[in-house]
Design a protein around this ligand. Sequence first.
Ligand code: UDP
Length: 371
Amino acid sequence: MKILIVGAGLFGAVSANELAKTGAQIDVIEKRDHIAGNIYTKEIEGIQVHQYGAHIFHTVNKQVWDYVHQFADFNRYTNEVVANYKGELYNLPFNMNTFNKMWGVITPAQAQAKIEEQRAVLNGKQPANLEEQAISLVGTDIYTKLIKDYTAKQWGRAPKDLPSFIIRRLPVRFTFDNNYFNDPYQGIPISGYTQIIEKMLDHPNVTVSLNTDFLANKDQYVHDYDVIIYTGMIDQFFDYQFGALEYRSLRFETETLDQDNYQGNAVINYTDADTKFTRIIEHKWFEFGAGNKGKTVITHEYPQNWTRGMEPYYPVNNEQNNHLFTQYRDYAEKNAPQVVFGGRLGMYRYYNMDQVIAAALQFVQTSKLFK
Ligand code: UDP
């Protein structure tokens, strides 16, 4: 069986590794000039720089945690994000430190009472969008200072026009715990993410070709291979025949500075409307300050509208887009049964890394294509 994998990111590499172990022959093609998709990291001044935005590995899935440890050792990094609202600093996610700074409250009961009081603006209504969900969870003050403008910048639309699941990614806690994630397993791979993909693809049954665009020779590839695992955009694969799905893009401005410590934390969010970027990443703090003395690397992250030809980063999973995606998926199942769509773009899901790995492992184990 001849298998082609399009895209050398996490979904493609996990699939390649698992299928190669069964003895299958696999060709991986990648449009970019490097492997690892958006988890690509590159060393600058002894610092692992996350080239496509901060990636913090976290999972509740012990199997996935054990699985990635085949390919890297992980440090004990815990994401503790700081939000800067017009010079006022708050801890994220929303916890007792945040509530104390916002309202001066001291106890969980006081914080809960404050939120209850502010939630009254909803008149008992079930939250139907991100704005209502946020107010219901943390009240109007936190919504106004830490969520409203950040979300509008990030998604290019008002929070009331976004699905509520997006804000439920963030924990709300009545303890003094600044850990951004609830998952029991968390860390950053020591020496970066790229090595993980490198090791996954390093198998005698796997070939990798960079700078190779599937869509430039689609018909030929479809003719030549029995199975294609496609990790690009599903709507583009079908030439947007039912219309275009929406994505959100990002622009990164990365610079090396001649100083040891720029902001004292890996991630600082800028939650006001006037600051055009959403966050600044100082990469060395993912590895506790590793790197050359007197140097640091920072990245400003600017959200952008996505138009054809740009890099897509986030699917916009509102009802309309999800419906359109289902249309593509159903069409694919009927008309292209030998093509499997995987990863954040192929499945049009706001997946974290661990979910991508779990999906790829499940796909290889259960797909009828290989039986
Ligand atoms: N969010 C916010 N303020 C923040 C951080 C996050 O309002 O300071 C909201 C925003 O809508 C964002 C969502 O929470 O899109 C999810 O945040 P997360 O950090 O999970 O986003 P990612 O790191 O995937 O971009």
